[in-house]
Design a protein around this ligand. Structure first.
Ligand code: CA
Length: 113
């Protein structure tokens, strides 16, 4: 598990593993990384996503993901990577695209069909 972005707007992130064989409660991010021996490229930052769940300009998720094992397109069928590399998460940031009427209508059409 790696290249994740964790964020909570009201409280600091804590991590937990409820498996009896490897229990962790209220773990810090550092403790979590040690616990799972992973997430070395993951971050805790506000992902700056829009109301529709898309990355916005300046998001720390942009260019911070990996293309290794990532699908060739994002959640909207846009080709990834865009820019210098793959972004964290299901959305690939495309400048000037995410707030367009065309994109909104496309999403709406996908919902009703
Ligand atoms: Ca990118």
């Amino acid at each position: 598990m790696d290249f994740n972005i964790y964020f909570h707007s009201d409280i600091p992130c804590t991590f937990e593993d409820q498996k009896p064989s490897s229990y962790l409660e209220n773990g810090s991010f550092s403790q979590w990384k040690n616990h799972i021996n992973g997430d070395s490229n993951s971050i805790i930052e506000n992902p700056l996503i829009s109301d529709y769940g898309y990355l916005t300009m300046g998001s720390p998720a942009i260019e911070r993901g990996t293309c290794n094992g990532a699908p060739a397109d994002d959640i909207n069928s846009n080709i990834r990577p865009s820019g210098l590399g793959c972004d964290m998460g299901a959305d690939e940031f495309w400048k000037n695209e995410h707030f367009s009427v065309t994109k909104f209508c496309y999403i709406f059409k996908r919902i009703i069909y």
